[in-house]
Ligand binder design. Structure first.
Ligand code: ADP
Ligand code: MG
Length: 445
C-alpha cells in the first residue's frame, strides 16, 4: 500500500505543525482513508485494529472544522474513563496551535463539580463516557443542539459493556443534520444494526487484515431430542481434548441441574450464575482460569464477562432465548487468534431460530452428526438410574459403558486411558466422518 504523508492531506498549517511535533510523518492506513472522507462531511464506519491511530483519524478532521467562536460542536463517546482521558490528551496535542479551543472530559467516578466548572468555559469539544454524558445532559450542563460531529469511539467495547441504550439516547439528542463516525476494532452484527439506524449513507473503511483478525470459530449445530442432549454433551467432552469448555444454558436452575448431573457422571464441572455470591463466582472463575476445572456451565449474564483466551469449546446446550446472545456466547472462544469450536444443540422447531440467527448474523453454522449419538441404543433403565442416583457416588457406575473409560475433563484425569469415543466411532467404511485436531469425530451433513 502506498504511504500517505500528512503533508499530502490538505490540512491547515496549525495542524501540520502539531502533527510534525508529535512525531507523525506518515498517516496510518486508517488515517489516510478516514481523514479525507470526514473532511468531506460524510458519515463513516471505520474498522481498524487497536493501536492503529484511530484517535487522530477523527480528532484531526474534528479540529479542522471547529469554529472557536461557537459552543459545543464535537462530541466523542468512549467506553471507559481511561480512553476518554487518552482521547482528550491526543486532542489537546493536536489543537495546540489553534487559538481559543477548549475541551472537557466527562466521566463517572470524578467529582462532578470539577466537570461542571470546566463546562462553564463553553468547550467546543466534549469527550465522555455514556453514563456521565447523559447525567450532564439531564442537568442541562451539556447542550447538544450545536453539535455537528459525533464520534462513537471503540464502538464494539461500548456495546460489549452494555452501553447500547445510553449511546442511542445520546444520539437522539444530537441534531439530525450532524455527521456521525463510528470507530471500532471489530465489527459485530450489533454494531451493524446500530450503524444502520443512526448513520446516513456511511462510507465503510476497513483496514484490518481479516485473515488474521476474524476469530477462528468453527460453528456447528446438532439436531437432537431434548433427552439426547446430555449424552451429546458427554460425547463431545469425552472425545475432544478440551482445555476449557464453556456450556451455556438458559436458567440458573438449569446451571445447577447440569452441574450436578455432570458431577454425578464423574465430570469435574462447576457452575456460575447471577444467583451466586460474588466471592463464589470469583472462586469458580479462578479454578476455570487456572485449568483445574475444565468445564464451566453458565447463564448468559454470568458468561458475558468471561474473557479467557484458552476456551476452545463453547456448547450451547440450550439455544439462547435472545438471538444476540449467540454472538456473545460463541465469542468466548476463538480469542487471541486461537482456534475455537462452538456446538449448538437444536431441538425441533428451534432449528428455525438457529437459521434466523445464522442469516442475521452472517454466520456459517454447519450441521453435524455426533458419532454414535444416533446409533446409540436408548438405555432407559441406565438413564433413570443416573437421574435418581446422581448425587451418590455410585452414579458414575450407572453410566455404563461410558463409565469404564476416562478423558481429559474427567476425574481422575486419565485421558490416555482409552477414549470413550472408541465405542462410538463409526465403522471404518462410514463415509464423511471427520476427526478434528482434538480427536473429536463428527460428520457434516
Ligand atoms: P487506536 O485508537 O487505533 O487504538 P490510538 O489512536 O490510541 O490507536 O493510537 C495509538 C498510538 O499511535 C498513539 O500513541 C498515537 O499517538 C500514535 N499514532 C497515531 N497516529 C500516528 C502516526 N500517524 N504516526 C505515528 N504514531 C501515531
Ligand atoms: Mg482508540
Amino acid at each position: 500500500m502506498q504511504k500517505t504523508k500528512f503533508e499530502e492531506l490538505n490540512l491547515s498549517q496549525h495542524m501540520k505543525k502539531a502533527v510534525a511535533e508529535m512525531g507523525f510523518s506518515e498517516a496510518t492506513p486508517i488515517q489516510a482513508a478516514a481523514i479525507p472522507v470526514l473532511i468531506e462531511g460524510r458519515d463513516i464506519i471505520a474498522q481498524a485494529r487497536t493501536g492503529s491511530g484511530k484517535t487522530a483519524a477523527f480528532a484531526i478532521p474534528a479540529i479542522e472544522r471547529i469554529d472557536a467562536r461557537r459552543g459545543l460542536q464535537t462530541l466523542v463517546v468512549c467506553p471507559t474513563r481511561e480512553l476518554a482521558i487518552q482521547v482528550t490528551e491526543e486532542f489537546r496535542r493536536l489543537f495546540k496551535y489553534y487559538d481559543g479551543l477548549t475541551i472537557v472530559t466527562a466521566y463517572g467516578g470524578q467529582d462532578i463539580s470539577i466537570q461542571l466548572r470546566a463546562l462553564t468555559q463553553h468547550p467546543q469539544i466534549v469527550v465522555g463516557t455514556p453514563g456521565r454524558l447523559i447525567d450532564h445532559m439531564w442537568r442541562g450542563t451539556i447542550r447538544l443542539d450545536e453539535v455537528n460531529f459525533v464520534v462513537l469511539d471503540e464502538a464494539d467495547e461500548m456495546l460489549n459493556m452494555g452501553f447500547r441504550d445510553d449511546v442511542e439516547d445520546i444520539l437522539s439528542y444530537v441534531p439530525q443534520s450532524r455527521q456521525t463516525a463510528m470507530f471500532s476494532a471489530t465489527m459485530s452484527p450489533d454494531i451493524m444494526r446500530l450503524m444502520k439506524k443512526h448513520l446516513k449513507n456511511p462510507v465503510h473503511i476497513d483496514t484490518t487484515d481479516h485473515k488474521n483478525e476474524v476469530p477462528k470459530i468453527e460453528q456447528l449445530y446438532c439436531e437432537l431430542l431434548e433427552t439426547q442432549k446430555f449424552d451429546a454433551l458427554t460425547s463431545i467432552i469425552d472425545q475432544r481434548d478440551i482445555k476449557a469448555a464453556l456450556i451455556f444454558v438458559n436458567t440458573k436452575s438449569m446451571v445447577d441441574r447440569l452441574v450436578s448431573r455432570l458431577s454425578g457422571a464423574g465430570y469435574r464441572a462447576r457452575g456460575i450464575h447471577g444467583g451466586h455470591e460474588q466471592c463464589r463466582r470469583e472462586m469458580v472463575m479462578n479454578s476455570f482460569r487456572d485449568g483445574s476445572v475444565k468445564i464451566l456451565v453458565a447463564t448468559d449474564v454470568a458468561g458475558r464477562g468471561i474473557d479467557i483466551s484458552d476456551i476452545d469449546t463453547v456448547i450451547n446446550y440450550d439455544l439462547p432465548r435472545d438471538d444476540e446472545d449467540y454472538t456473545h456466547r460463541i465469542g468466548r472462544t476463538g480469542r487471541a487468534g486461537k482456534l475455537g469450536t462452538s456446538f449448538t444443540f437444536v431441538v425441533g422447531k428451534e432449528l428455525y431460530d438457529l437459521k434466523r440467527i445464522e442469516k442475521n448474523g452472517g454466520f456459517n453454522i454447519q450441521r453435524m452428526d455426533i458419532a454414535g449419538l444416533g446409533q446409540k441404543p436408548s438405555r432407559p433403565e441406565a438413564k433413570r438410574r443416573v437421574e435418581t442416583d446422581r448425587t451418590k457416588d455410585s452414579a458414575p457406575a450407572a453410566r455404563s459403558p461410558k463409565s469404564t473409560t476416562g478423558d481429559a475433563a474427567r476425574r481422575p484425569a486419565s485421558k490416555k486411558n482409552g477414549r470413550t469415543g472408541e465405542k462410538r466411532q463409526p465403522s471404518s467404511h462410514d463415509e464423511g466422518w471427520i476427526t478434528d485436531s482434538t480427536g473429536f469425530k463428527y460428520k457434516l451433513i
